[in-house]
Design a protein around this ligand. Structure first.
Ligand SMILES: C[S@@+](CC[C@H](N)C(=O)[O-])C[C@H]1O[C@@H](n2cnc3c(N)ncnc32)[C@H](O)[C@@H]1O
Length: 281
């Protein structure tokens, strides 16, 4: 997204709902998220909502993503994957390392830890250092969490990032939530190739997640920049290209599901959520 971050959205918190930029003034908080915050943060029930308003205001100043505006920065998605229990047991019982790429404030990192993954096995990469920092404020774990986070541009447009390079070949499971649509088609290929480099070379290591897609592959323009909606076919083609370029063989499983993010409806009625599992053979 680095190129596409043409911020036409102000960092000042809007006063009213604004669907066009992905902003809801009033909090949206389902019971599972509330439970995670209360349990993980050990926060009394009546303090959860004020706490989230305070963090959201700061997060909007870092970057006004719709995931901040629509409150999804508190909503984990990793636990909605069909393979979630196997991901958890691969880490818990097999000691495998999980990276959340584009982790924002790290709600999926904390969800996996809450579900029993040792914190030192979960890693995060995020462009905005301010989001990583706010994640500690959100989850009240600055002094206790052992997970490592790197603030990095996965596209490495200003040159290789030594911190990221230190993780090359070390990650068994790379998770992306609502991430791959944030890049142009060309940059998406760069991201796929960079993820391949991070991935362990043992067979079965996997890149898993979900992103917005469409029945028809296309670029769309959002207030925060351009997004790319893959179709199931174009998503597979992109991975075929990444496999050719990196000389790594993958089995690609991708399914279109109905998109939960109603705010994206203005991109067209065919917008879907693509759920993928790209496994190294
Ligand atoms: C749509 S948000 C999704 C965040 C989170 N995974 C979630 O599901 O709530 C995309 C995230 O990717 C990050 N991001 C965008 N471009 C990036 C890049 N080039 N390198 C690393 N992170 C990036 C953004 O800062 C943002 O936090």
């Amino acid at each position: 997204m680095a190129d596409a971050q043409v911020a036409t959205v102000s960092n000042e918190l809007p006063e009213t709902d604004n669907l066009a930029i992905g902003f809801f003034k009033e909090i949206i908080l389902d019971q599972n998220c509330r439970d995670l915050i209360e349990r993980y943060c050990k926060l009394p029930s009546d303090q959860v909502v004020p706490h989230l308003y305070t963090v959201r205001e700061k997060a909007w100043k870092v970057f006004p993503w719709p995931c901040v505006g629509m409150w999804s920065f508190v909503v984990p998605t990793v636990n909605t994957l069909p393979q979630y229990s196997s991901i958890i047991s691969r880490a818990k019982e097999g000691g495998q390392r999980i990276l959340d790429l584009g982790c924002a404030l790290g709600q999926d990192v904390r969800q996996m830890i809450d579900d029993g993954v040792p914190d030192h096995l979960v890693y995060g990469v995020e462009l905005e250092a301010g989001f990583i920092d706010l994640g500690y404020d959100l989850f009240l774990d600055r002094d206790t969490l052992k997970s490592q986070f790197i603030s990095a541009d996965v596209l490495e447009k200003s040159g290789p990032n030594p911190e990221l390079a230190a993780w090359n070949g070390k990650i068994d499971i790379i998770y992306n939530g609502r991430f791959l649509h944030c890049f142009s088609r060309d940059d998406g290929l760069v991201v796929a190739m960079r993820m391949t480099k991070l991935l362990s070379n043992r067979s079965g290591s996997v890149i898993v997640g979900e992103c917005l897609g469409g029945r028809i592959d296309r670029e769309v323009v959002a207030p925060i920049g351009k997004l790319h909606l893959y179709s199931v076919e174009s998503f597979k083609e992109m991975w075929t290209q990444a496999a050719e370029k990196t000389k790594v063989k993958f089995k690609v499983d991708v399914k279109a599901q109905s998109a939960g993010q109603a705010q994206m409806a203005h991109f067209g009625g065919d917008v879907v959520s693509l759920v993928f599992w790209v496994e190294r053979l």
